[in-house]
Design a protein around this ligand. Structure first.
Ligand SMILES: C[S@@+](CC[C@H](N)C(=O)[O-])C[C@H]1O[C@@H](n2cnc3c(N)ncnc32)[C@H](O)[C@@H]1O
Length: 248
C-alpha cells in the first residue's frame, strides 16, 4: 500500500456521528437532496452545467452504447449523456432521496425508457462485469468511503477499451484565484449552504472533503493502480474542477 493512501485524511460529514462514513454521506445527501440542484447551480453560478457538458463532449466520438453514471445523485450527468444517443444509461447512487429527484427529472424529460436509476454502492455494484462502454462520475469519487475499491469496481463493470471519466473539484494554485476560491469555498458556500439546505455541516464538509481529496497526478496514480491505462488529467476553470480520463 502506498504511503499517500495511508496518510489520506478521513473527512466525514458529521464529526460526532457514530455512523460509518458511508452512512453519514448517505444521510447527508438525503438531507440536502431537495435543495441540491438549486445550490449546485447557484453556488457555481451555473458553471457546473458547462463542466458536465465537457464530460459528455469528451465521450462523443466514442459513441458509447452502454453508459454507467456512478454516484449519479439527481441524475444531471446521466440526463446530459442522453445526447450521446446510447442504448442504455444506468445511474447508481447511495441516496434514495437524490435518486427520487433524479427519477422525476428523467420522467419529465421522457427519458425513463433510456435512463434507469438505482440505489447502489460504488464499492459493491450489483452489475455484470465487462458491460459498460463508458462510466462517468461527477463530483462523486471524493465521497467514496474507499476510493480504490470503488475504482476497481468501476474497472470490473467496464468493457475492455471503455472510457472512464471523473469530474471532480480540485484546488486552483494561482494568485488571486486560489485566494478567492479559498474564501468563497470556506466562508461563503457553507453559510449559504446552511441557510438554504438547513444542513449545518454539508457545505463545510464540501470544502473539507475537497481539501483532503487527492488531485492531478495523484488521482492518475490511483486510476493506474486500479488497472486503468492512458490516464489523462485536464484542469477546468483555473483548476476549480478537473476532468480525469482513463481507459480500461
Ligand atoms: C456531490 S453528489 C454528485 C451528484 C451528481 N453526480 C452530480 O454531478 O451532481 C455526490 C453523490 O455521490 C453519492 N455517493 C457517495 N458515495 C457513494 C457510493 N459509495 N456509491 C454510490 N454513490 C455514492 C452520494 O449519495 C451523492 O448523491
Amino acid at each position: 500500500m502506498n504511503i499517500e493512501l495511508l496518510m489520506e485524511a478521513k473527512i466525514t460529514p458529521y464529526a460526532d456521528s457514530l455512523l460509518s462514513e458511508k452512512q453519514q454521506v448517505t444521510a447527508m445527501f438525503n438531507n440536502v437532496a431537495s435543495r441540491y440542484d438549486f445550490l449546485n447551480h447557484f453556488l457555481s453560478a451555473g458553471i457546473d452545467v458547462l463542466w458536465r457538458r465537457k464530460v459528455i463532449n469528451l465521450l462523443k466520438e466514442k459513441q458509447p452504447e452502454f453508459i454507467l453514471d456512478m454516484a449519479t445523485g439527481t441524475a444531471d450527468l446521466a440526463i446530459a449523456a442522453a445526447r450521446l444517443k446510447p442504448k442504455q444509461i444506468i445511474g447508481v447512487d447511495l441516496s434514495a432521496e437524490m435518486l427520487a429527484i433524479g427519477k422525476k427529472k428523467v420522467a419529465n424529460r421522457n427519458l425513463s425508457g433510456l435512463i434507469q436509476l438505482m440505489e447502489g454502492d460504488s464499492e459493491n455494484l450489483l452489475l455484470e462485469s465487462n458491460k459498460f462502454d463508458a462510466v462517468t462520475v461527477g463530483f462523486g469519487v471524493r465521497n467514496f468511503e474507499h476510493l480504490d475499491i470503488g475504482l476497481k469496481e468501476i474497472y470490473r463493470v467496464m468493457k475492455k477499451d471503455g472510457t472512464f471519466i471523473i469530474l471532480e473539484f480540485s484546488r486552483p494554485k494561482l494568485f488571486p484565484v486560489k485566494q478567492l476560491y479559498d474564501f468563497y469555498f470556506k466562508r461563503i458556500c457553507p453559510l449559504i449552504g446552511k441557510m438554504i439546505s438547513k444542513d449545518t455541516s454539508a457545505y463545510t464538509y464540501l470544502y473539507e472533503s475537497v481539501k483532503a481529496f487527492p488531485e492531478g497526478k495523484q488521482v492518475l496514480m490511483r486510476l493506474e493502480e486500479a488497472g486503468f491505462r492512458e490516464t489523462k488529467w485536464m484542469p477546468l476553470t483555473f483548476g476549480i474542477a478537473s476532468v480525469y480520463i482513463a481507459v480500461k
